[in-house]
Design a protein around this ligand. Structure first.
Ligand code: RB5
Length: 142
């Protein structure tokens, strides 16, 4: 599975840590920036990542900012993107099983790296349950 990852300056350090985890776990990665802690605007990074998923270049994406909130608001403006801001194992599992979330949003200033790593592992390994949940997410499309 090819994973896209991007952050603003508020999520840069966590992005670097998660990249190591993902590479160690054997995932192919596209890093869309940012590339330092210099201040940038998060919508530009959400935009390039969401477009890579919509185009089919990457299957799933991880967006990180300070709180995770700005990235999740930005990503959910794109049709076919279902972005979930997760804070724990339960939300990571549920956003996959029930919502088929194809983008995970994290807040570096909210979730420590250990918790964030557990969230990413759970989100990557939990399957969508389908059935009645498919019927519900189908209602987003138009
Ligand atoms: C940047 O200071 C911060 O506003 C941003 O990373 C994010 O948390 C916005 O939602």
């Amino acid at each position: 599975m090819k994973i896209a990852i991007a952050s603003d300056h508020g999520g840069f350090e966590l992005k670097q840590r998660l990249k190591e985890l993902l590479v160690e776990s054997g995932y192919e990665l596209s890093d869309f920036g940012c590339h330092s802690k210099e201040s940038v605007d998060y919508p530009a990074y959400a935009d390039i990542l969401c477009k890579s998923i919509i185009a089919g270049d990457c299957e799933r994406g991880i967006l990180i900012c300070g709180s995770g909130i700005g990235m999740s608001i930005a990503a959910n403006r794109y049709r076919r993107i279902r972005a979930a801001l997760c804070h724990d194992d339960y939300t990571a599992r549920m956003c996959r099983e029930h919502n088929d979330a194809n983008v995970l949003c994290l807040g570096e200033r909210v979730s420590g790296s250990g918790v964030a790593e557990e969230i990413v592992k759970r989100w990557l390994t939990t399957e969508f349950a389908g059935g009645r949940h498919q019927q519900r997410i189908d209602q987003f499309s138009d």
